[in-house]
Ligand binder design. Structure first.
Ligand SMILES: Nc1ncnc2c1ncn2[C@@H]1O[C@H](COP(=O)(O)OP(=O)(O)OP(=O)(O)O)[C@@H](O)[C@H]1O
Ligand SMILES: [Mg+2]
Length: 287
């Protein structure tokens, strides 16, 4: 479990703290989306998770290991893999395969095992066949997928994706979504920082930050259907969520909150067919 307790952070020379008393726990196998406007502190928070920033006040523990102790940092960085907003800084090899082999090589793994991990992780992110390419000649999205493959080769316990999918095409995005589900099934926790509310809707839990504080923490249905709050923060709710919200305001239709086009289509189809939807279908008030 990742356990963050009373975490505060003040950058040198800054007037206001960037993180103000953050309390958050992330379980194994959990897919958590971290959302919030620009400058709300998301990147600063997740940089604490693999000890790139050590806590000034408060505590961050990864499976019981305190990030305050420098002697834990190497292990913590293996346990929590992170893909940064700018993947250029993460390239270490002259070829794609060298780049991925770098981490396992540092752990003194055998050559056969390293080769297997390189092949498997490239396959997982959809970059099979790129082995001999120069990482520097890859597109921005491909570089992010490469950084992700490099993490997977290290068998992390948690993966932090800081706006990793923002420059990916829908196909690559889809592969990352599928991969998140596969990794979860293997017991890996995913912390996904995103501005894309449709992406956040796929998570198990959504945490909303504003001004260095967590202002909401709940299921996607709880956090993402508060259309007014999201819009006030400059975040775009999923269009389907906004459509249903507006229909309810305009016509008091009492349509339950939906998060996806599939859910909305299902409800409307049943409504139009005159059968009437079953509101007690075990989906916690959602369709
Ligand atoms: N190294 C630094 N020194 C001083 N201030 C910083 C530093 N890094 C971040 N900040 C400030 O901390 C605040 C939070 O930044 P952070 O990058 O964590 O936000 P964010 O929520 O990730 O934003 P975005 O959505 O734009 O990526 C911003 O006001 C930023 O200017
Ligand atoms: Mg950021």
């Amino acid at each position: 479990m990742i356990k963050i307790t009373n975490l505060c952070h003040l950058f040198k020379g800054a007037q206001d703290p960037t993180l103000k008393d953050i309390n958050l726990q992330v379980r194994e196998r959990e897919h958590l989306a971290l959302i919030g406007p620009n400058g709300s502190g998301k990147t600063t928070l997740v940089r604490h998770l693999n000890a790139l920033i050590t806590p000034q006040s408060g505590e961050v523990e990864i499976d019981g290991l305190s990030c305050r102790k420098a002697s834990h940092h190497a292990q913590i960085r293996r346990m929590v893999g992170m893909v940064f907003q700018n993947p250029d800084n993460q390239i270490v090899g002259m070829t794609v395969e060298e780049d991925i082999a770098f981490g396992p090589g540092n752990l003194n793994m055998k050559a056969d095992e390293i080769r297997q991990r390189v092949t498997d992780s490239l396959q997982m992110v959809g970059l099979a066949g790129f082995e001999k390419r120069s990482p520097f000649e890859l597109s921005g999205g491909e570089k992010q997928l490469l950084a992700l493959a490099g993490l997977l080769a290290l068998n992390p316990r948690y993966i932090v994706l800081d706006e990793t999918t923002s420059s990916l095409d829908p196909g690559a995005k889809g592969r990352v979504y599928d991969m998140v589900k596969t990794l979860q099934a293997q017991g890996i926790g995913i912390i996904q920082v995103t501005h894309n509310m449709e992406e956040a809707a796929r998570a198990d839990r959504v945490v909303l930050m504003k001004g260095g504080l967590i202002i909401a923490d709940g299921s996607p249905a709880e956090v993402l259907t508060d259309v007014d709050r999201l819009k006030k923060l400059g975040l775009a709710p999923p269009p389907i969520v906004e459509l249903i919200s507006r229909l309810n305001v305009m016509g008091k239709h009492g349509i339950p909150a939906v998060l996806s086009v599939d859910q909305a289509a299902d409800w409307l189809n049943r409504k139009l067919a005159g059968s009437g939807p079953d509101f007690n279908n075990g989906m916690n008030g959602r369709i």
